[in-house]
Design a protein around this ligand. Structure first.
Ligand SMILES: [Cu+2]
Length: 129
């Protein structure tokens, strides 16, 4: 893959996206893993979810406003989602499904295509799955 071409494409998408932060460091480490820590009854997992901007953040985090999830935070710059949840109420697989259902590719699942097409144009990130 031509990496420099890829970075330019991402840069254009971000620049046209309302509310996007200027991204000085456009290098991207592809995380293919889920990191999970368990403390008392709460699991905290971190993994990659692809997206563009603050609006994506709202949509992605909104998909996890469900029973069993204590906290969901997606970082626009690193694209890392950090979710704290009660694993006896919701599984990590269900968390991946919720994110996919609103149109977002994550390390486990491709985002739902019809949900993706309904995203605002600036949120239509480069597909990874
Ligand atoms: Cu967006």
């Amino acid at each position: 893959m031509n990496i420099s071409k890829y970075i330019i494409v991402i840069g254009v998408v971000l620049a046209s996206c309302n509310g996007a932060k200027d991204e000085k460091n456009t290098s991207e480490k592809t995380t293919t893993e889920v990191t999970t820590k368990v403390e008392n009854d709460i699991s905290t997992s971190s993994f990659k979810v692809w997206g563009n901007c603050e609006m994506c953040k709202e949509t992605i985090e909104g998909s996890l406003k469900v029973d069993g999830v204590e906290k969901a935070d997606w970082d626009v710059d690193s694209k890392i989602m950090t979710v704290s949840y009660n694993a006896s109420k919701i599984s990590i697989d269900q968390i991946f499904k919720n994110i996919s259902s609103v149109g977002y590719d994550n390390i486990a699942l491709r985002g739902n295509d019809s949900a993706y097409k309904e995203l605002p144009e600036c949120c239509q990130y480069d597909r990874k799955k």
